[in-house]
Structure formats: structure tokens, C-alpha cells
Design a protein around this ligand. Structure first.
Ligand SMILES: *[C@@H]1O[C@H](CO)[C@@H](O)[C@H](O)[C@H]1NC(C)=O
Ligand SMILES: *[C@@H]1O[C@H](CO)[C@@H](O)[C@H](O)[C@H]1NC(C)=O
Ligand SMILES: *[C@@H]1O[C@H](CO)[C@@H](O)[C@H](O)[C@H]1NC(C)=O
Ligand SMILES: *[C@@H]1O[C@H](CO)[C@@H](O)[C@H](O)[C@H]1NC(C)=O
Length: 227
């Protein structure tokens, strides 16, 4: 009887151990690398600190403010001697608050594509807000830094020219958007009727008319050559 019991409990144990491991892993998700990009914690009274402490469900860890699931909500990389924004920075695409002040970079070479949640971005004074003035609700400046507030969302109702017929725009970061086919259409310029919505193209607000003109010019030219 005893050996049977033993093998049963061993069997149970062998199934339970991976489960327990998985559970403990779920409780403490790995801290994203970008949170440890430079030493020290989030600065006291910084935008990230204030935002995080106002919300009980969020926790501060290294340079980040995180949800229980480990999603980055805030990232404070002020005073980190950043000369440029590392590609690793894409890890922070879910951030609502980003503080990059007191760093020596003078322009942004990094694309903020997919930073759709971003609402507060603090930059060194010399650096322009990504997407320019038109991409933000307002921009306020202090002696050493400027803050870009409230990313402006694109809206197909207000700007129907951004995307072709049978498509609508969705914001894809500050001053950036994508055109998606409306339900029932797909393919190039969403001209084909079908079942699934599909990404058509991405663009930069403000330069679209120019791009569309080039596109039209190109297609016209091909038609002329063909005839
Ligand atoms: C910036 O960081 C350095 C250490 O890297 C520290 O000595 C200095 O006090 C910090 N500056 C501010 C304004 O906190
Ligand atoms: C963009 O963000 C979404 C979640 O917000 C993520 O699932 C997706 O992988 C990201 N895409 C890229 C290209 O990083
Ligand atoms: C700037 O916009 C934010 C919201 O995006 C708002 O809370 C803030 O009051 C605005 N500040 C000014 C000076 O308009
Ligand atoms: C787009 O603008 C219209 C008219 O101002 C508004 O009713 C609608 O809610 C907006 N849509 C989005 C997604 O913001």
C-alpha cells in the first residue's frame, strides 16, 4: 500500500512543481531591461513618481512605474547621461509618462511609433516634441525642460483625407497614424471586398498629402507610359 501512496504523491508533486514555479513567476514578472538602464530609483517628485503614487495599483521599481502584470506605465530616465535613445527604448512603448530631462541629447533620432499611450513626455529644453506642436494638446516649458502633454489622436471623421475610402485611421504614436481597412474590405487601398481588416500603410501626420500626391503622380505616370 505504502509504495503506491508514495508513487501517487510523487506523481502529484512532479505535476505541482512546474505549476508552483509558473505561479511564482506570474507573481513577480521579470523587470524590463529598460527599467535598469541607468542606476538608482525613480526621482522623488518627478512626473513618474507623482503619477505612480496617485494610483494604488501601480508600483515603483528601479526607474519604472509598473502594473501588477509588469507593464511599463512610467519611465524616468532623467539625468542618465543619455546621448541618444537606445533601440531598447521600444520596451517602454506602453508608457503613459516618460521623463528624459537632464540628458545631453539634442534631438530625437528614435521613432516613437507604437507609443500610443504616451500622455506626458518631459524632454531637455533644446529637444522638440516628437511630431511637432501639432501632435500634442499643449507644450509647456520650464528653464531646463519642456513637457509635451496629451497626444493628439487622428480622427477619420475630422480628417477624411488621411486614409483612402473604405479605410480609417488609428493613431500610432505622437504625430503618427496607420490606415486600417474597414470591416469587409482588404488589399491594396482596401479596394477588395473580403472578411478581415488589414493594415494598409503607416504615415506621419502633416506629410501625408505630400506622400499621397507622390503616389498619385507615380501611378499617373505609369498609366501615361503604358498608353
Ligand atoms: C545626476 O546624477 C549624478 C550621478 O550620476 C548625481 O551626482 C547628481 O546629483 C544628479 N543630478 C541631479 C540634479 O539630481
Ligand atoms: C505595439 O504595441 C502593441 C501593444 O500596445 C504590441 O502588442 C505590439 O507588439 C507592438 N508592435 C510593435 C511593432 O512593437
Ligand atoms: C495641457 O494639457 C493637459 C492635458 O493634456 C492639461 O491637463 C493641462 O492643464 C494643459 N495645460 C495647459 C497650460 O493648457
Ligand atoms: C472623431 O470626431 C468626431 C466629431 O468631432 C467625434 O464625434 C468622434 O467621437 C471622434 N472619434 C474619435 C475616435 O475620437
Amino acid at each position: 500500500m505504502a509504495p503506491v501512496c508514495l508513487s501517487r504523491s510523487l506523481g502529484w508533486l512532479s505535476r505541482a512543481i512546474p505549476l508552483l514555479l509558473a505561479l511564482s513567476a506570474g507573481r513577480a514578472p521579470a523587470l524590463p531591461e529598460i527599467c535598469k538602464y541607468c542606476p538608482g530609483p525613480v526621482y522623488d517628485k518627478s512626473e513618474v513618481d507623482l503619477y505612480c503614487k496617485q494610483r494604488q495599483e501601480l508600483t515603483l521599481s528601479a526607474r519604472c512605474c509598473l502594473t501588477k502584470q509588469g507593464t511599463i506605465v512610467g519611465l524616468d530616465l532623467q539625468n542618465c547621461s543619455l546621448k541618444e535613445l537606445d533601440p531598447l527604448f521600444t520596451e517602454a512603448h506602453s508608457a503613459i509618462v516618460l521623463d528624459l530631462k537632464a540628458n545631453p541629447f539634442e534631438y530625437i533620432s528614435f521613432s516613437f511609433r507604437n507609443f500610443t499611450e504616451l500622455q506626458i513626455l518631459v524632454l531637455p529644453r533644446k529637444v522638440d516634441c516628437p511630431g511637432g506642436h501639432n501632435a500634442w494638446d499643449n507644450i509647456t516649458c520650464g528653464p531646463d525642460s519642456c513637457t509635451c502633454h496629451g497626444q493628439i489622436q487622428c480622427n477619420s471623421t475630422v480628417e477624411p483625407a488621411l486614409c483612402p475610402e473604405n479605410a480609417y485611421c488609428v493613431s500610432d504614436g505622437p504625430g503618427l497614424f496607420q490606415c486600417l481597412c474597414t470591416a469587409g474590405f482588404h488589399g491594396y487601398k482596401c479596394l477588395r471586398e473580403g472578411s478581415f481588416p488589414l493594415l494598409m500603410f503607416s504615415g506621419i501626420l502633416g506629410t501625408t498629402t505630400f506622400c499621397i500626391s507622390i503616389l498619385l503622380w507615380g501611378t499617373q505616370l505609369r498609366k501615361i507610359r503604358a498608353s
